[in-house]
Write a protein that binds this ligand. Structure first.
Ligand SMILES: O=P(O)(O)OC[C@@]1(O)O[C@H](CO)[C@@H](O)[C@@H]1O
Length: 367
């Protein structure tokens, strides 16, 4: 990342200091003029200042690390580097890769399929798109090429489709994860749901600032739409659906501050809770969102997904490839089969995925 931009001495020094603080030092405060100081105070920064980075929950320290990284390169400060995404060169490489042309051209086979099969194909594209996240690939080269067996460790897609019947008036909220090769299939899925009347309205939640290397921001949504719009065939048709849905308000993009919070979703603020409560279905994409949705804990893998998301104010789904230890909602047989075949590797290899759904549970808490 450091080599991808001609950063000046001030930025380089700030990056060096951040590295030193992470490896040998302690968590420091935000600068006095930081626009989000109050928010980070609410998110627990004062209790953590002065403690080693390894001494606080992983979710918290990772989130704060990305916040500090952006500080170091000048993202927040008025000036020439304000709003310049340090990860943009890595994100841009994906849509521009030659494989992307082939992937988009493959969509031209879709119109020959009945609609439920098209919907299913696009759901799977969005699900497995999560395997392509850049931060993960940097640390696990080759995971993408593996043949996942069994691929899906939980599949509640029938319950998901029950919330989005054709011709219904559903409001879909999709809480996005990565840009590029994950965001493109997410957008294609949304386009299909809008075009087929499975959703009357969609809200795409992205990050308010660059996060976990590859997480999608508004700029990444715009890049993905441009990429799709330039493509021939079905991909270009879907781009036009999305473009007009954004123009008339059926598709909106939201960058809520809580999307970059170092906290689980059971601590969400009231405005976000109200938004999720009003949705027909909220879909959380990816591994980090899953950790935040169910709680970043070592759950027994057979703990029901519906139990861990009981606090959630409406129907909720997770589309995620498995890249961290957190897992819920497996059947005892699936867990045993995975352990017998792979030990613990199945939890983090990215070779397995899940579709989990919790429909509104009677007596769900409205905390
Ligand atoms: O949310 P994503 O993009 O699917 O995955 C994010 C991730 O790569 O980052 C974390 C480690 O830094 C893990 O939770 C996870 O493996």
């Amino acid at each position: 990342m450091r080599g991808a931009f001609p950063y000046g001495p001030g930025q380089r020094q700030a990056l060096d200091e951040l590295l030193k603080s992470c490896t040998e030092g302690t968590i420091g405060p935000l600068p006095s003029g930081a626009p989000d100081r109050e928010r980070w105070r609410e998110w627990g920064l004062p209790d953590r200042v002065g403690r080693p980075w390894y001494d606080v929950p992983w979710l918290w320290s990772e989130s704060y690390f990305y916040r500090r990284l952006l500080q170091a390169v000048g993202w927040f400060d008025p000036g020439a580097w304000q709003g310049i995404d340090p990860f943009r060169p890595f994100k841009r490489a994906e849509p521009d890769a030659p494989e992307t042309d082939a992937e988009l051209a493959a969509l031209d086979a879709l119109p020959t399929l009945p609609e439920p099969e098209r919907a299913c194909a696009l759901l799977h594209g969005s699900l497995w798109g999560n395997r392509a996240d850049l931060g993960f690939r940097l640390s696990a080269e080759g995971a993408e090429a593996q043949d996942p067996v069994p691929a899906l460790v939980a599949d509640d897609s029938a319950a998901l489709w029950s919330q989005l019947p054709p011709g219904g008036a559903a409001t879909l909220v999709l809480v996005a994860d990565n840009a590029g090769r994950e965001l493109v299939p997410d957008l294609l899925l949304i386009a299909h749901l809008l075009a087929e009347g499975r959703a009357a309205r969609a809200v795409l939640h992205i990050k308010p600032y660059p996060y976990y290397v590859s997480d999608a921001t508004t700029a990444d949504v715009v890049d993905a739409l441009h990429r799709l719009r330039a493509a021939p065939g079905v991909a270009g048709d879907y781009a036009r659906v999305l473009w007009s849905a954004m123009a008339d308000g059926r598709l909106t993009v939201r960058a809520h501050p809580f999307s970059c919070a170092p906290l689980p979703y059971d601590r969400m603020p009231d405005d976000l809770r109200a938004e999720f409560a009003a949705a027909t279905l909220t879909v959380f994409k990816g591994d980090l969102n899953y950790r935040r949705l169910v709680g970043d804990r070592r759950w027994p893998p057979t703990t029901p997904f519906a139990e861990t998301t009981r606090y959630f104010p409406g129907p909720v789904a997770a589309l995620r490839t498995l890249k961290s230890d957190v897992i819920t909602g497996l059947s005892p047989a699936t867990e045993s089969a995975l352990v017998a075949a792979e030990g613990r590797r199945w939890r983090t290899s990215g070779a397995h995925a899940l579709v989990q759904v919790a429909l509104k549970w009677p007596g769900a808490e409205a905390t």
